[in-house]
Write a protein that binds this ligand. Sequence first.
Ligand SMILES: CC(C)(COP(=O)(O)OP(=O)(O)OC[C@H]1O[C@@H](n2cnc3c(N)ncnc32)[C@H](O)[C@@H]1OP(=O)(O)O)[C@@H](O)C(=O)NCCC(=O)NCCS
Length: 241
Amino acid sequence: MAEEQPAKVAGKARKSSKTSPIATANDKTDEEFIRDYLKPSQGWTLWTHPLTKQSYSLELLSPHSLSKDDFKACFDIIESTSGEDYKSASVGWHPAMKKKEMKSPDLRYILVKDESGTVQGFTSLMPTFENHEPVLYCYEVHLLPDLQGSGLGKHLMNFLITIAENIPSTKKVMLTCFISNPNGLRFYERIGFTKDDFSPRDRVLRGGKVVRPDYVILSRETARGGSEGLVDGELEREDGN
Ligand SMILES: CC(C)(COP(=O)(O)OP(=O)(O)OC[C@H]1O[C@@H](n2cnc3c(N)ncnc32)[C@H](O)[C@@H]1OP(=O)(O)O)[C@@H](O)C(=O)NCCC(=O)NCCS
């Protein structure tokens, strides 16, 4: 999940000039984004459930290309899988705000549809800046119960990792997860995410009471995670291409 966390809002406001690789990525059409960053193998739009053998289709789309039904299905899936986590957190559950965030123009969705064309899960992602660093932010990853534990979550997150690796200068894939979602936390840990340095820390109040944040920021570095301040094209030169 991702929500109106202060760090992310601040990061978005600091979006760099038109020449940054992040701006370049966000200017691309969906077809260009797939070709240049997802660089998929043939057949990437099909996924078969390992147990039921049912087929699912995958597609990458910007919010403006989502049909009303697909948008509603994504919203309903978030509400069903994570609504309680939002409600019990300080951020709360605010449908109008969530829908507005889900329409952010720089988001891209990867939808998972069953054979009838109904959305059964999705992830959404955005190339952006966080704390002055170019990152790929995972806003959402949610699967309906029949797809959970199937390997599909990892399959979708691998797309994000590939995209992050292919957008020049991108340092990491980042996301937020509620502390109240231990399954989500274990999933991310299993696929190599660790607590980010910018994750909020416990606060000790004057009377000694410790206030624990109700979410954690996790990240997984790209191969170039440690390198500094590359601009468009520099990565290729560094790699000798
Ligand atoms: C979280 C979610 C996307 C994970 O997708 P998934 O398809 O269930 O997970 P996968 O089957 O791909 O699991 C990938 C790996 O994580 C491990 N894993 C997944 N859930 C786990 C859990 N609860 N505890 C321990 N390990 C877990 C799997 O064993 C697997 O390990 P492996 O690669 O060694 O086999 C999915 O369960 C979901 O949509 N949950 C509800 C919504 C949600 O919580 N989203 C995250 C919001 S921040």
